[in-house]
Design a protein around this ligand. Structure first.
Ligand code: C5P
Length: 289
């Protein structure tokens, strides 16, 4: 029996600069993403045919709207066979950290490996991009500058050594299509100006984390925190507790903060728990550099 177990991570956007609307309904953007080593787990078992997904979280659909199922469908349209998948979900759903996109990318890669690598890297990238703008990033799962609608990925080496990242998930998700649509009411947030991503990348390559923190920017933050003002409170509170920089990731709702010292990050995390209670989920990690 062919079996495979794989970890499926997530990301934060240190920069998400929307440049304008495209004729295909998407938005042109430039973004800088870092992989975050907090994981779901996926277990695959090769079968004769069919796609069967189970999950430890009953609130998550295991039907055709699940990106794991859609990724497997795309694979088995091209290669004969089937799979049984079990997802152990630890990461927030709809949280702007790409956990579902990572699940899809990991599924494509795992199925390709279990079946003797029948699909080329180029085809895998194309299938990933069809599944969602963030999915190609997770094929490599390395620091990246991405352009287009987010699917054109260039990897680089980021140095965040010594710094600690805290993530807070408020317990509600944000609809990505809604967040992009809402941007039309915040025209000032669509800069139309490229170049911020290159600047952010350069700071990360040099390990200049103070500058990284000063340059954090997300076009979607204004529309999303217009609807969910608590996200602004999270950032204010993070700063009070010693964060050097803080921002919403992707289309939200996950908010992250960078700390110079692990001990300060730890006490900020406890401060958050005391202030905002049990409905929020907090993670603390250093990145792998
Ligand atoms: O590609 P993904 O499935 O993540 O996109 C979800 C939705 O977010 C799209 O249907 C679109 O409405 C919006 N979006 C966008 N521009 C992007 C990425 C996403 O408008 N670059």
């Amino acid at each position: 029996m062919v079996e495979l177990t794989a970890k499926s991570g997530c990301k934060i956007n240190l920069l998400l600069n929307v440049l304008g609307r495209r004729p295909d309904g998407f938005h042109e953007l430039e973004t800088v993403m870092l992989p975050v080593p907090i994981y779901d787990e996926l277990q695959f078992e090769k079968t004769g045919d069919g796609i069967h997904l189970t999950c430890n979280k009953p609130e998550l659909s295991v039907g055709e709207d699940n990106l794991i199922v859609r990724a497997a469908q795309k694979f088995f349209e091209r290669v004969p066979g089937g799979v049984r998948v079990h997802l152990t979900k630890n990461l927030p759903i709809g949280g702007g950290i790409g956990a579902g996109s990572a699940n899809a990318a990991v599924t494509l890669k795992a199925l390709n490996e279990m079946n003797g690598f029948p699909l080329s890297e180029i085809l895998l990238h194309q299938l990933a991009a069809d599944l969602g703008s963030d999915v190609p990033f997770f094929l490599n799962n390395l620091p990246a500058l991405a352009t287009g609608r987010g699917e054109q990925v260039t990897n680089f080496v980021a140095n965040t050594r010594g710094w600690t990242l805290v993530l807070v998930f408020p317990g509600f998700g944000v609809s990505t299509p809604w967040a992009y649509k809402e941007l039309k009411n915040y025209p000032g947030r669509v800069s139309g100006k490229e170049g911020l991503a290159e600047e952010m990348k350069a700071c990360l390559e040099k390990g200049e984390m103070e500058s990284v923190c000063n340059k954090l920017f997300n076009s979607l933050e204004a529309p999303v925190s217009g609807k969910y003002p608590i996200l602004q409170l999270y950032q204010d509170f993070f700063r009070e507790l010693g964060a050097v920089g803080t921002l919403m990731s992707g289309s939200g709702s996950t908010t992250f903060a960078w700390f110079r010292e692990q001990a300060i990050a730890q006490s900020a995390l406890e401060g958050f728990r005391d202030r905002f209670g049990a409905q929020i989920t907090l993670f603390q990690t250093a990145l792998e550099t």
